[in-house]
Design a protein around this ligand. Structure first.
Ligand code: SAM
Length: 635
């Protein structure tokens, strides 16, 4: 630490996570002070290893590992193996932009190779020559030989197959690294101040894009070396938060000095970069890379544009959630809150692209993202629709034949998805004793003459046939789905996202917003429960630490729907759920969490735990019909 202070006077990565006071007290009570501190510490850092889910319909895990090394090798040849102060991206022969690792100079450059071996070396890492590292762990001499060879060729890069999830490639990152923020001969360098969101992306491996820049030194020219710091929200004195700087500010101006008074940006130094445009252009342009990062406090490889369609960069718990759902080829699955489609595509791949995956999102643009991702991954089983999932269960009239309600279609080949199968329509072509009833109006036509009944049936038939005929258009107009019409439903609910990493500020959420999230989640869950068929499966997940959106929602589900029960999960990588409860939200009926026997049936990923993931929560329910219940209980 002392050394770092000497090398980077005044600047360093010493963030402190700011919370709303009520939320901080609540979470401290929920986790205990020590664990909450560890969580905060982890939240401010990115996960050190990136996880890439392999599209196993397009490539195998060893093939992807081999190709990643090839990408790296190719880039090394373009830029030179040791890139002192080099750009982090380069163009290959075909003009494709490829990623490069950097940080081989300055404080971080050392004689020590960066591929780890020994106690921390992943024994299942596949080496450049295709052999698994585990095969060489027998003799110290062979380890050293391999180590030297791999390190010499790939000084900054290591990747390996996940020990449990065979379709996941882990790629090693580093940090926090010491980065010298001084210019040549110790001169102070110019500075660019970026927004918090931008900084969080940079910590995950991105460069600085134009909209992320808030302020910079005067007279900046293209090619200049700059220190990149972050303006993080701080109390505004009126009970709110403010970043204290307006976009376009010149740091040396009197205005900036006043605006940034009390700014802690020197504690939020995230690395060094090279200007890709002048200061004037920076505030004139609306997009493009503004600063290319050359030395990073956290050095994670970016994967944008790498092996497109074959890999998907996804947080490990999200990969686990799709596995826990356990979709089978040929089934009909609903992903209720699906964009950008990470879990939807994982589900499609697990189903070997056979069956039906319906993906919903309430945002039109996000639905396009899902469709694009499905296309990129060459998955045909996915259909994505814009729909408010809080209104996803059909409330339409039922058709009654001989006193029987025609049940909604559960056929996975029913292309209208929301309505009736062709077999059901055919069955009313020759009705003998047909009665049409509308549950809402309560009208019945059983007293009509046979002619009138037939006429009514024909009219109904025409209506349904029209729907089928305009199949494509009907799909665009999907309004809702019949109850019990899915084998499995995934509700990856919108949430406070307090588990996402890296996070440099957590003050937006208040106890009231947390309460609102949990109410919304219960509303979505009410719909999800109705859409699963008896015998089917429902998975509920969030990326938040808030037990009120996790365990309390599970409690609500179990207490409200007695035909739901928690199921064991496979694979199991996270820890147990929280037992007990907290009386924080006045007037909220569900502040109770899990009971002792339930805690091992959910999966809770805690930032700060050894598996080093984002915070995440997964519960898996089976839907059954219990004694004394009828299907109507869940319609
Ligand atoms: C946690 S994200 C889903 C992430 C996604 N499952 C994945 O793995 O890529 C939650 C999503 O729910 C969507 N959403 C929020 N409210 C919704 C609603 N009422 N109906 C449908 N989607 C909704 C948001 O637009 C957001 O994309």
């Amino acid at each position: 630490m002392e050394g770092r202070e000497k090398r980077s006077p005044g600047y360093g990565f010493r963030p402190k996570l700011m919370w709303n006071t009520g939320v901080q007290e609540y979470l401290t009570r929920a986790y205990g002070a020590k664990q909450f501190d560890a969580i905060c510490d982890a939240l401010m850092r990115p996960c050190i290893n990136s996880t890439l889910r392999v599209n196993t319909l397009q490539a195998s895990t060893p093939e992807v590992i081999e190709q990643l090394y090839n990408v790296f090798r190719k880039n090394s040849m373009i830029m030179g193996t040791h890139r002192v102060g080099s750009q982090v991206q380069g163009l290959d022969e075909s003009g494709q932009k490829q990623w490069l690792n950097s940080n081989t100079e300055g404080a971080n450059a050392s004689a020590e190779p960066n591929v780890e071996i020994g106690p921390n070396f992943p024994s299942n890492m596949t080496l450049k020559d295709g052999s698994a590292a585990s095969t060489i762990l027998e003799s110290r001499e062979s380890i050293d030989d391999k180590y030297r060879r791999v390190s010499a060729e790939f000084p900054d890069f290591s990747c390996w197959e996940h020990p449990v999830l065979k379709d996941v490639v882990m790629v090693g990152g580093r940090g926090p690294c010491e980065v010298d923020c001084r210019g040549e001969a110790g001169a102070s360098v110019k500075e660019v101040v970026v927004s918090r969101k931008c900084a969080e992306a940079v910590l995950r491996g991105a460069n600085v894009f134009v909209p992320g820049v808030l302020a910079c030194s005067q007279h900046l020219e293209e090619g200049d070396v700059v220190a990149v710091t972050v303006a993080v929200e701080r109390p505004d004195g009126g009970g709110g938060w403010s970043v204290g700087i307006t976009r376009g500010t010149t740091l040396e101006s009197e205005h900036a000095v006043i605006q940034m008074e009390g700014s802690t940006r020197s504690n939020y130094f995230i690395g060094m970069g090279r200007m890709m445009m002048s200061r004037t252009a920076l505030f004139r342009e609306i997009k493009g890379v503004a600063v290319e990062m050359t030395k990073r406090i956290f050095d994670l490889p970016p994967f944008h544009g790498v092996l497109e369609g074959q890999i998907f960069l996804q947080n490990l718990p999200s990969i686990v959630a799709a596995r826990v759902l356990d979709p089978k080829p040929g089934e009909r699955i609903l992903d209720m809150c699906a964009a950008p489609g990470g879990k939807t595509t994982a589900i499609g791949i697990l189903m070997k692209d056979r069956g039906e995956v319906i993906a919903l999102d309430r945002s039109h643009n996000k639905v396009s993202d899902i469709k694009n991702l499905a296309d990129e991954m060459k998955l045909n089983c996915i259909q994505a629709y814009k729909l408010d999932a809080t209104k996803s269960v059909t409330q339409e009239p039922h058709i009654v034949l001989n006193g029987d309600t025609i049940s909604p279609s559960k056929s996975s080949s029913d292309s209208t998805t929301a309505n009736f199968s062709q077999a059901q329509i055919d069955s009313i072509k020759q009705p003998r004793h047909v009665s049409m009833s509308n549950k809402q109006s309560g009208t019945t036509t059983s007293s009509l003459s046979p002619y009138e009944i037939k006429a009514a049936a024909r009219k109904e038939l025409r209506r349904m046939k029209n729907r089928l005929a305009s199949d494509k258009a009907a799909l665009q107009r999907i309004k809702s789905f019949q109850p019990q019409s899915f084998d499995r439903v995934l509700l990856d609910a919108p949430c406070s996202a307090l588990g996402l990493r890296p996070r440099l500020f957590a003050g937006e959420e208040t106890l009231e917003t947390l309460r609102q999230h949990s109410c919304y989640q219960r509303k979505l869950l009410d719909q999800a429960v109705k859409l699963v068929r008896p015998g089917g499966t429902l998975v509920y997940s969030t990326c938040t630490l808030n037990p009120g959106e996790n365990e309390a929602v599970v409690r609500y589900a179990l207490d409200t729907y007695h035909f739901l029960s928690l199921m064991p999960q496979e694979p199991r990588i996270g820890g147990p759920g929280l037992v007990g409860g907290l009386d924080v939200f006045d007037g909220m009926s569900y502040k109770e969490w899990l009971r002792e026997g339930e805690k091992h049936l959910v999966q809770r990923f805690s930032p700060g735990a050894s598996y080093d993931t984002i915070g995440f929560f997964i519960a898996k329910f089976s839907v059954s019909l219990k004694m004394g219940q009828s299907r109507d209980d869940i319609i």
